[in-house]
Design a protein around this ligand. Structure first.
Ligand code: T1G
Length: 693
């Protein structure tokens, strides 16, 4: 086993190299190795300065996240960082790849920092529900300034080397070989008689900040961080940095770090971190399965979805043909795409040149024959099986052998769609989420006959277009929508029971959802839900099921797109509508639905436990491979907050026995139809286990 940290001399410069693939995480052996090598450097009179560098693809990418649920063993990282900083000879950190979290903290414990231009540096701990716990909250403000440091730590976004250099986090950008450049930089320090420069000695003074800085900063992030524990702790650490002596402030940082690390939110976010990497592992598809090259894509249907889907490929330089049924629809489709690009260009998030390049990669056509050479065709037409049949028969006739034929269907049976062709092994579901050019989730629906090659190619393609691809099997609504239906069902039921829609939405929003169930229904279109309910063959035998959606659609209230749905709209602002309240009351009387007083806790239980129970059924049926896959679906496709970890992780944190007990309460009130605990849930609860093992 090679040493994870090695010591060598390049003339009078010590070169300390970390070699701990895949990302040089600061595991216990690495921390021990760093301590040993820097002690050796301290005692090596022939070494006048030292360079800390890493092998492989990146500088240290952070603490070893797999160690967080175990007792942390000495030496803790802050101790290693302070040891380096207190050395009598200068140390230069040489950065490539991504110096993140503890990696940047270690680099800031060094006296100087250099990097290649392609490197990035950052403190992304907040995305794990943590804070930089190895003096990062004290050092980054000293190097980059308080506001820039707060922005970097609250967003978790890394800085490109150029920006980091401009802000003073880096001392130089190295052209050419990093190691040679860093050694030369160290040698120049020695020549110039420049010794250690301790970041902690850079003064920080609260008086230098505008009056009310921290309270204003808190207000500026309140909405985006509502219900999220870690950001406030980061702000407290920076307040300590500007108001307390360094050692006291570091002590404060450590206290707050431990509070974050032991929080359910951090457990949830660390769970998601690994879940997002687990999704690409498909047990029954060998890792070395051949991938089909995708050089030309086609999208059939240039509506909102089709346009967004086409953009995903143009954005990564893959030419895409957009096919529509007539010129008016085609022109409208191209206009949708152009409009989607013009927004970021106007906001300065995209250059006009980049937009023009993407637009040039999208070729409109009315003729199926133009799709003959496409490697992948994605159908995004009306959500009825009748229309899918027409399209897939055409595709089967014109597409070359080996072309992958995908449907963007959000609910329909991919096996039935595959049966419209003579090549069911080449048919798969690629379910994008609106807006398709923004949402990161891609549900990949394998049919019974879909080949391993098509599955493996689709999973790889998800990464190419910067999506999280989750492989699921066929059922009505697959994983996401099938679980979202009971969530909406309960919201709808409460509407009939007299619970104001705005209250249900507020409670869901405060729990962390990006938008409440009624707001989402209006945004997606009540007619879309109504049509889905009609297509759903084994819909629950319940006359009250989503009754208000149907009643509103019958009145032409389709949601945001028609200016009124569950809410009436002043622009995009939803306003409660007494007309809807009256309609709900009348429908409730007609259906014999009792009016019910509900607590906020009940609202959350009914919304989420209905969803969780469906998730347990999905796992029982093998529609999803893992509970953690379901968590990824909801955090990437349905606006569920990462600090909840997804529905199944949330259930684990609540405790499955509690979930079952709550369900039995609702079962007593509403009967077995919706509230019978799924067999898997009942068994795990009885055995004191969790969904996520
Ligand atoms: N610890 C353990 N394993 C890690 C890891 C980490 N920090 N980072 C990545 N891996 C594994 C990952 O699970 C995967 O394993 C493989 O490496 C490749 O990762 C004290 C407390 C660096 C940008 O949050 O952002 O420091 O699936 O698929 O797409 O203040 O990994 O192959 O078995 O993501 O090229 C802070 C987390 C930690 C950075 C590379 N650092 N990592 O992306 O590869 S907390 C982070 C990333 C901390 C201190 C605090 C990315 C990457 P497997 P990958 P990638």
């Amino acid at each position: 086993m090679p040493e994870v940290v090695s010591y060598a001399l390049d003339g009078d410069i010590a070169v300390i190299t970390v070699d701990n693939p895949p990302v040089n995480a600061l595991s216990l052996p690495v921390r021990r190795g760093l301590a040993a090598c820097f002690e050796r450097f301290a005692g090596d009179a022939s070494a006048k300065a030292a360079v800390l560098i890493c092998s492989g693809r990146t500088f240290i990418a952070g603490a070893d996240i797999t160690e967080f649920d175990k007792p942390i063993e000495e030496p803790w990282l802050p101790k290693v960082v302070h040891y380096i900083e207190d050395l009598a000879k200068p140390v230069v950190a040489a950065i490539h790849g991504t110096a993140l979290g503890g990696g940047l903290e270690t680099a800031m414990g060094c006296h100087y920092r250099v990097a290649v231009a392609a490197a990035q540096v950052g403190l992304p701990e907040v995305s794990l529900g943590l804070l930089p716990g190895a003096t990062g909250t004290q050092r980054l403000p000293r190097l980059a300034g308080v506001e820039a440091a707060l922005n970097a730590m609250i967003s978790g976004r890394p800085m490109p080397a150029k920006v980091a250099h401009e802000k003073g986090v880096l001392d130089a950008i190295i052209d050419g070989d990093l190691k040679a450049g860093a050694v030369a930089f160290a040698r120049d320090l020695v020549k110039a008689g420049k010794g250690p420069r301790k970041v902690r000695e850079i003064a920080l003074d609260a008086a230098s900040l505008p009056a009310g800085f921290f309270s204003d900063y808190r207000k500026s992030i309140a909405r985006e961080t509502r219900g999220f524990f870690a950001p406030e702790q980061i702000i407290k650490c920076v307040e300590a940095a500007v108001s307390l002596p360094y050692d006291q402030a570091v002590k404060r940082e450590n206290e707050l770090f431990m509070q974050c690390m032991t929080s359910p939110q951090s457990r949830a976010q660390r769970h998601l971190f690994f879940a997002e990497r687990e999704v690409s592992k498909v047990p029954d598809v060998p890792k070395d399965t051949a991938l089909r090259p995708i050089h030309q894509v086609a999208v059939v249907g240039g509506g909102t979805m089709g346009g967004g889907i086409a953009m995903n490929f143009a954005n990564v330089g893959i030419p895409v043909i957009l096919k529509e049924i007539n010129q008016e629809a085609l022109d409208r489709g191209m206009a949708i795409i152009r409009g989607n690009y013009e927004g970021p260009v106007k906001k300065g998030r995209m250059s006009q040149e980049a937009m023009d390049k993407c637009m040039a990669l999208i070729t409109p056509t009315l003729d199926y024959k133009d799709l003959g050479n496409a490697d992948l065709v994605i159908e995004a037409v009306f959500e009825t099986m009748a229309v899918k049949e027409i399209v897939f028969k055409e595709l089967d006739a014109v597409c070359k052998q080996g072309a992958i034929l995908a449907s963007n269907t959000s609910t329909l049976n991919v096996d039935e769609i595959a049966a419209f062709t003579r090549r069911p092994e080449d048919v798969i579901g690629l379910h994008f989420f609106a807006p398709a050019n923004v949402m990161t989730l891609l549900e990949i629906v394998r049919g019974a006959k879909t080949s391993n090659e098509v599955i493996a190619t689709s999973m790889a393609l998800a990464k190419t277009i910067r999506k999280i691809g989750v492989l699921v099997r066929v059922c009505f609504g697959f994983v996401g929508n099938r679980m979202f239906f009971p969530y909406v069902r309960e919201a709808q039921r409460m509407m009939l029971e007299g619970v104001p829609p705005e209250r249900v939405d507020r409670v869901a929003f405060e729990w962390g959802m990006a938008m409440g169930p009624h707001g989402v229904s209006d945004l997606s279109g009540l007619d879309v839900f109504d049509k889905l309910n009609k297509e759903w063959k084994d819909k629950p035998n319940d006359p009250a099921y989503c009754r208000m959606i149907h009643a509103l659609v019958e009145k032409g209230r389709l949601g945001q797109k028609s200016g009124a749905g569950i809410y009436k709209y002043e622009g995009r602002t939803p306003v409660p509508d007494p007309e809807v309240t009256a309609l709900a009351k009348a429908e409730a009387e007609r259906l014999g639905v009792q009016q019910v007083e509900v607590s906020d806790e009940e609202i959350i239980e009914r919304l989420l436990f209905a969803m969780i129970n469906e998730g347990a059924l999905i796992l029982d049926e093998g529609i999803a491979m893992r509970a953690s896959d379901i968590d990824v679906v909801f955090c990437h496709g349905y606006g569920m907050p990462r600090h909840r970890g997804g529905p199944m992780k949330y259930a684990d944190e609540v405790g499955l026995a509690k979930v079952v007990a709550a369900m039995e309460k609702y079962r007593a009130r509403y009967g077995d139809l919706y509230w019978t605990p799924a067999p898997l849930l009942a068994r795990l609860a009885k055995e004191g286990k969790t969904f996520n093992g």
